[in-house]
Design a protein around this ligand. Structure first.
Ligand SMILES: C[C@@H](O)[C@H](NC(=O)OP(=O)(O)OC[C@H]1O[C@@H](n2cnc3c(N)ncnc32)[C@H](O)[C@@H]1O)C(=O)O
Ligand SMILES: [Fe+2]
Length: 524
């Protein structure tokens, strides 16, 4: 078997049927997009389109390029009927050419072509497309999903709003044009820890009586600021210093601009692949197929079933080496001043001064709103939690953007990960949930160990809720952080669960929900 050479890639997970040949460079890329006559993408209609066009498309690519040494195809995620057409064609072709078959994860392919186009080695990736909105970072042979949408993808959300206003599919580019003449109106902004949700925003946008330009402008300002916030948190948490934007929504100039501003402010590099590699395309499948072939990741036909809910973090990334972990960004102007994703924290001898800083990437009104709301909410929750037995810092002053509080002189939990510590953390989170408080950003950086007590800090994204779902998301955030940063995550999770059950009678319901959140097929 030849381990390298030209690879044919076939993409057809949704709207774009596309095929390409990639050798050391792109040799040939052709697409035959499906365009719905009315409404959004109809899976069966799209599949019929793909079935009718795929033969001619592949022939024309094969006519132009060299004979491929392997056939790669999008194995998922995507629309089942579309995936099956592409899978069947790829299998038949690999068998008749007598070459290996390679099943490519569509999301991973977006990431890999982004790395190829940018030349970046180890970026944080914002993948913003129709069906998906995820923030990835590479760790120990997997793409870890640091944050993602809990309901629908940002592109589908925008397209849905556009359809409700009588615009044709896809709505994204039209919304971008209409937004140019708009001014800002407040709309719901939903970031839960590292995750996002768009349906509340879309309902409010649909119901708004403001001019279409104002709603389009504000929809973009809000939805994109949410994505950039989560990307910045991932950068800050991992200490990486490169960002790429991939997926169809990446074509949006305003989203690009916001990410560029955020990266500049953090001293990180930013890149967007050229248009032909941004939305769904065959080149990304051919390119990823080629690197998978070089590393022996090929499929037997019997194992080549398509998978409509195939997640990027299920893929063993055989082609990347283990990269030493970066230092998480607590970058200091001086040793007593750390800058997190959202605030500057000055550590004095006795006190800590936490000041939220403006983000130039987001609209000034939205910026002001988020800063004052979060400062106020944080102060309220810090004292409320303490009343219910959770160790939190005592506050001495509160202004519109600043909280002055007692300094907790201990060890940040992520530097003290052990079963006994996680058990204590579990007990405290149990108390917190018992108090009807959801932390909103339960990471191991927001817990401090002192005298065997686990202090909780940074309630900036917290809120009061007794909903199982909200509590489940809280725990899910913590588990995701453990998964993406700790090698022995299973024991740590078990210890946390033990402690959580000790102090919180509804723990089991929440843990079941957390598992559901983790398993949720998010291809909507
Ligand atoms: C699984 C796969 O099938 C799916 N692909 C997909 O969604 O197609 P993609 O080409 O990556 O993205 C299409 C989306 O990209 C949006 N889009 C394109 N240009 C845009 C623009 N200028 N502003 C905002 N959205 C834009 C469209 O409205 C549409 O929702 C995915 O990657 O999630
Ligand atoms: Fe895509």
């Amino acid at each position: 078997m030849q381990r390298s050479g030209p690879v044919l890639g076939i993409e057809g997970t949704a709207w774009n049927l596309s095929a390409a040949i990639f050798d050391t460079d792109l040799i040939c890329l052709k697409s035959k997009p499906y365009k719905p006559v009315v409404g959004g993408i109809h899976p069966r209609e799209a599949a019929q389109h793909h079935a009718a066009e795929i033969g001619a498309l592949i022939c024309s690519v094969l006519d132009e390029g060299p004979r491929p040494v392997a056939v790669a195809f999008s194995q998922g995620p995507g629309l089942g009927p579309c995936l099956r057409i592409v899978g069947t064609a790829a299998r038949a072709l690999a068998l008749s050419l007598k070459v290996p078959l390679i099943g490519v994860n569509h999301c991973v392919a977006h990431v890999e072509i982004g790395r190829y186009a940018s030349g970046f080695e180890d970026p944080i990736v914002l993948y913003a497309s129709g069906a998906n909105t995820q923030v990835f970072g590479y760790l120990n042979n997997r793409y870890r999903i640091f944050g993602e949408t809990l309901d629908i993808g940002i592109g589908n959300a925008i397209d849905k709003f556009a359809r409700s206003k009588g615009l044709s599919h896809p709505g994204g580019p039209q919304i971008e044009k209409l937004a140019k003449d708009g001014t800002y109106i407040p709309l719901p902004y939903t970031v839960k820890g590292m995750d996002l949700a768009f349906s509340g925003l879309i309902s409010a946008a649909k119901d708004s009586h403001e001019s279409i330009a104002n709603v389009c402008y504000s929809l973009q300002e809000t939805a994109f600021a949410m994505c950039v916030e989560v990307t910045e948190r991932a950068l800050s948490q991992t200490g990486k210093n490169e960002v790429i934007l991939v997926g169809g929504v990446g074509a949006n100039r305003r989203l690009q601009e916001m990410l560029r501003i955020m990266c500049e402010a953090r001293g990180a590099s930013f890149a967007v692949p050229e248009m032909q590699f941004l939305g769904d395309n065959g080149a990304m499948i051919a390119y990823t197929g080629r690197i998978m072939l070089e590393h022996g990741s090929i499929l037997e036909v019997k194992d080549s079933r398509v998978n409509p809910s195939y997640r990027a973090d299920q893929v063993p990334v055989t082609w990347r080496s283990t990269i030493p972990t970066h230092n998480p960004d607590c970058s200091s102007d001086n040793e007593n001043c750390t800058r997190g994703a959202e605030a500057v924290v000055e550590i004095c001898e006795q006190s800590v001064i936490k000041r939220r800083v403006g983000k130039h990437y987001r609209h000034p009104d939205l910026d002001h709103r988020l800063i004052t709301e979060r400062t106020r909410a944080e102060a309220r929750l810090i004292s409320e939690a303490r009343r219910f037995g959770v160790p939190t810092p005592i506050m001495s002053d509160i202004t519109a953007d600043t909280i002055v509080m007692e300094r907790i002189d201990g060890t940040i939990l992520k530097d003290a990960l052990s079963s006994s510590v996680l058990k204590e953390a579990g007990r405290m989170v149990g108390h917190l949930h018992n108090a009807g408080i959801v932390h909103g950003d339960l990471t191991t950086s927001n817990m401090i160990l002192k005298n065997d007590r686990c202090y909780l800090i940074d309630f900036g994204l917290g809120y009061t809720s007794t909903e199982i779902e909200a509590r489940g998301v809280d725990i899910h955030v913590l588990f995701q952080v453990l998964e993406s940063t700790a090698p022995d995550e299973i024991h740590l999770k078990e210890a946390f669960i033990d402690g959580y059950r000790e102090t919180f009678s509804e723990a089991d319901d929440v843990l079941i929900r957390e598992h559901e959140i983790d398993m949720r097929g998010r291809y909507l």
